[in-house]
Design a protein around this ligand. Structure first.
Ligand code: GLC
Length: 565
């Protein structure tokens, strides 16, 4: 299996592969934020700034004056940087390529640049080009390689986006000065000095005029005909869509796209941030991205000395070990025909084969597949000790697979299901008879209420994003059409935020109604509403209304059903 895995990686390198093939088929990549800011780890003069560390010099964080920030380069001596180790971490994690910060918004080039001497070779005691070493290490490991480049924002070069508006002599500097003297030459450098690269990841285009972006994209395409350009180049000139930071989508998205996420809650190294995602969390998020039809790029932030935090290495290795056991689930697979996660896990697909990834093993020994309109030809539990044949039966529009009592895998167990043809699934949400079923407000239709995106930062630069229902008018509601397999009583909870006491009503069309009031908070919390009865199997319309209290503050995120046995 290892051999086969290795072969695929080599085939997917830019010099051999079709343009974008790596991106399409690789599905999993390492993102690295590493720069002068890593030396500070979010602490300046003994004070910690909570936010994304690569923004530390920005007034929204510590607001470090340019001359003082530039002096940091004199202390930058990453003696523990080991390109081979980083490539090995990525490879062991099951990642297919690495994208690293060549230059972030701070303007410091982490490679040997003749265009600007504020770079790691000219300005630090280390004097080496780590990107040369990393490009070689990636090539040797069979990994792809690419650069992040902040094309618009440059906070230290005269004329750069959000940077100084005068040069060292106090003369006015324009964006064009920055673009001609630094940005354009540097993009030429990164696309010519490191062999074939897979990707140039431009970021935060802001109001950068289109003709500048066009020039950059042309250069990448000319120098690296097989490389992709990130969606954040701006003006729709990128080759694919990059979602919001740390955003893992909940419904399938068409076209070529990627999600960018981090192993903890920061991009660059932050001394306090040890909220490392567990191996299962990483796999869930990776499988969610692949299952929604995209690619997952997961970040690490090495320290200023070049070393990678040990817990990040460990969690990547453990999730990577799982991927090595089940490569067919992750690579070269497509989106789930259900178009969203299911109560027990998620699904990826290759042609007529489904890979059911079970995160929560149903204790009752039955896995419920709602509204699959195919005939199943076989169902197998994949496992290192030998694959187990599973039995199944159909009951109405549900398929029920019988499972052994215990999950064979601690992280994620996989069932391979062969279908008689292309999957035909009605993606309607369905209540699982065994497990809690959470259905997001994102999947509701609204009447007399608003449904839109809400984004916020937990700390500066740590983004959260949901689709919520709010603005409930009198009689306004969020409704879902829901399929019920097992008639009976279910506990109902709502996840919402708001201020003060809110009264909510949940009703089944032509059926029961329940209501409850709770003191809400500005954070999303899950509150029990009551229990409700679905008298027979079939489809129901369930509605939620916010009927009293400060209804204008009410923000609904999800409804949850829990079977009462
Ligand atoms: C944002 C931030 C940046 C980070 C990036 C990662 O655009 O400005 O600091 O590099 O997202 O996706």
């Amino acid at each position: 299996m290892d051999q086969l895995w290795g072969d695929r990686v080599i085939k997917l390198r830019a010099e051999n592969a079709e343009r974008g093939q790596l991106f399409d088929e690789g599905n999993y990549a390492m993102f690295i934020h590493w720069g002068l800011y890593s030396l500070l780890g979010n602490q300046v003069d003994g004070k910690t700034y909570y936010g994304i560390g690569e923004w530390i010099m920005n007034p929204r964080m510590a607001g470090i004056p340019i001359p003082q920030y530039k002096q940091l380069a004199g202390q930058f001596n990453p003696v523990n940087f080991d390109a081979t180790e980083i490539a090995t971490i990525a490879k062991d994690a099951g990642m297919k390529y690495i994208v690293i910060t060549a230059k972030h918004h701070d303007g410091f080039a982490m490679y040997d640049s003749t265009a600007c001497d504020f770079n790691i070779v000219d300005a630090t005691p280390w004097k080496k080009d780590p990107m040369k070493e990393l490009a070689v290490a990636c090539r040797e490991a069979g990994l792809g390689f690419g650069f992040y480049y902040s094309h618009n924002q440059d906070w230290t070069f005269p004329g750069g986006g959000n940077g100084p508006q005068t040069d060292e002599n106090g003369n006015p500097a324009t964006f064009d000065d920055y673009f001609q003297k630094k940005c354009l030459p540097q993009v030429k450098e990164i696309t010519t000095q490191y062999g074939p690269i897979e990707l140039v990841w431009f970021d935060t285009p802001g109001k950068m005029p289109k003709h500048y972006v066009e020039q950059l994209v042309d250069i990448v395409h000319k120098n690296q005909p097989r490389a992709l350009v990130s969606g954040r180049a701006g003006h729709g000139l990128g080759d694919y869509q990059t979602l919001g930071d740390m955003e893992v989508p909940r419904h399938n998205i068409d076209g070529m796209w990627e999600s960018v996420d981090t192993t903890n809650d920061s991009w660059a190294y932050a001394w306090y941030d040890e909220y490392w995602k567990s191996p299962q969390e990483i796999l869930k998020r990776l499988i969610a991205c692949v299952g929604r039809g995209g690619t997952y790029m997961l970040n690490i932030g090495p320290r200023g000395d070049g070393s990678v935090p040990e817990r990040a290495i460990k969690t990547l290795k453990l999730s990577g070990d799982w991927i090595k056991r089940y490569p067919q689930v992750v690579y070269n697979t497509d989106a789930s025909p259900w178009q969203h996660a299911l109560p027990w896990g998620d699904v990826t697909r290759k042609d007529n084969t489904l890979f059911l990834c079970v995160f929560d093993w149903p204790a009752a020994g039955k896995l419920y597949l709602p509204n699959l309109n195919n005939k199943i030809q076989s169902a197998q539990l994949l496992h290192a000790d030998g694959d187990g044949v599973l039995q199944w039966n159909t009951a109405g529009n549900w398929t029920v697979i019988s499972l052994p009592p215990r999950a064979p895998e601690k992280l994620v167990s996989v069932i391979r299901v062969e279908l008689d043809g292309e999957p035909r699934v009605d993606p309607i949400w369905a209540i699982d008879p065994n497990l809690d079923t959470e259905i997001l407000a994102e999947f509701s239709s609204v009447d007399g209420a608003k449904q839109d995106e809400k984004r916020w930062m937990e700390k500066f630069g740590e983004w959260k994003q949901i689709i919520h229902v709010h603005g409930f008018e009198s009689g306004g509601r969020a409704s879902w059409e829901i399929d019920v397999h097992q008639p009976g009583d279910y506990n109902v909870s709502l996840t919402y935020a708001g201020t003060g006491r809110l009264v909510w009503k949940v009703s089944i069309q032509a059926g029961e109604t329940i209501q409850n009031q709770q003191n809400s908070s500005h954070n999303y919390q899950t509150f029990p509403i009551g229990w409700i009865n679905f008298p027979k199997p079939g489809r129901y319309k369930v509605s939620v209304q916010c009927i009293d209290g400060e209804t204008e503050s009410a923000s609904l995120k999800a409804i949850e059903f829990q079977p009462i046995h």
